[in-house]
Design a protein around this ligand. Structure first.
Ligand code: AHG
Ligand code: MN
Ligand code: MN
Length: 339
């Protein structure tokens, strides 16, 4: 009986059962979970903390930073850089890789989005932290170079996110399925509550920011147009729509009841392939979704096969219930063939 096990206890149990999980990876995941408890505590204080609102600065992607974007970035970066487990880190909020002192270096690279959905923080809607773990090619022997980070998603050793909602839940994969751990505040531990998440293959629920429709490519416009026609349209189903504007909350919902989530390529800024970032949003969420039996595509191919060219590279994202993602893929393939 594994349900009810604490996070670290469960990972050690899996290792003993034969799963390929090095001790330092278990430690790393455990340390990340500790920082997420600190972030959960910070976020949950809301207005009491006096840190809601904008910080007056912009990150490398030209987005206005919230004070909490910076505070949560520092919580993660400061804690992990002395953990002895990472050789370097990449964060949404920091332009260049975060350097770890030589004496503190470990074997892994940690990519993270410290506060996903941060536009929702002031309005008290769920936000989260996303992370992706890669092996540092030279381990702890040298300071990682930028190229060392540019691995594709299939090379991730672990991926996860924590959603700070009505309950705080850690969703984790180490490549052996997806498990969920709910934070039990009474004991201060993440406790296994769902083992082996499986996303239903079929769905009638889509999530997309429809206000951007005029900027999308034709296949995406056509697919959503057909969804909106419901049971009398070419897809023959009555769809429901959701848009939380926190990817963590949307992916969590899809893990629980299925669905499809899209942030497609749009023409607002042709230099960007989409809004979401490959290394700390697209790849970790794609690994989780695939490990739960879903699919994660750019519309043209698997997200985790996209060649990584920069820490803050953008990627079009379409993920969730397998058969629905496959439909979106077919709309794109048909348009490609016609061209
Ligand atoms: P972040 O807060 O880390 O910048 O990410 C926000 C992302 C994602 O969580 C969400 O799905 C999307 O941006 C919402 O975008 P819109 O505000 O354009 O709907
Ligand atoms: Mn984000
Ligand atoms: Mn963020």
């Amino acid at each position: 009986m594994t349900t009810g096990m604490k996070l670290k206890q469960f990972l050690l149990h899996e290792k003993r059962a034969g799963v390929d999980l090095p001790y330092d990876l278990i430690e790393l995941i455990h340390e990340v979970s500790i920082t997420c408890k600190e972030i959960a505590a910070t976020v949950s204080r809301g207005e009491l903390s006096g840190v809601l609102g904008v910080a007056g600065s912009e990150n490398v992607q030209g987005e206005t930073q919230k004070e909490l974007d910076i505070i949560t970035n520092d919580i993660m970066a400061n804690h992990m850089s002395v953990s002895g487990l990472v050789a370097g880190m990449g964060s949404e909020e920091i332009d260049d890789p975060i350097v770890v002192p030589a004496a503190e270096r470990g074997e892994y690279l940690l990519m993270f989005d410290p506060l996903d959905g941060s536009s929702n923080i002031d309005v008290n809607i769920s936000v989260g932290t996303i992370f992706s773990v890669l092996k540092a090619p030279l381990g702890c022997k040298a300071e990682p170079k930028l190229e060392d980070y540019l691995q594709n998603g299939d090379q991730q050793k672990a991926a996860g996110f924590v959603v700070y909602g009505p309950s705080t839940v850690l969703v984790l994969t180490t490549g052996q399925g997806v498990n969920m751990f709910t934070l039990d505040n009474a004991i201060g531990e993440f406790v296994l509550t769902t083992e082996g998440c499986q996303i239903p293959e079929e769905t009638t629920e889509f999530a997309i920011n429809l206000s951007n429709k005029r900027f999308w490519e034709k296949p995406m416009q056509d697919y959503i147009e057909d969804c909106l026609q419901g049971e009398n349209g070419p897809l023959g189903k009555r769809y429901n729509m959701r848009w939380v504007a926190s990817m963590v909350a949307e992916v969590y919902r899809i893990l629980v009841r299925g669905g499809i989530f899209m942030y497609p390529f749009d023409s607002r800024d042709p230099s960007k392939a989409g809004k979401l970032r490959l290394m700390y949003e697209g790849n970790p969420m794609a690994m989780i979704i695939e490990q739960a039996g879903g699919a994660a595509s750019t519309g043209h191919g698997r997200i985790m096969e996209v060649e990584s060219t920069g820490l803050h590279q953008r990627v079009p994202v379409c993920l969730g219930s397998k058969n629905e993602v496959e439909k979106v893929f077919e709309y794109h393939a048909r348009a490609d063939n016609a061209a």
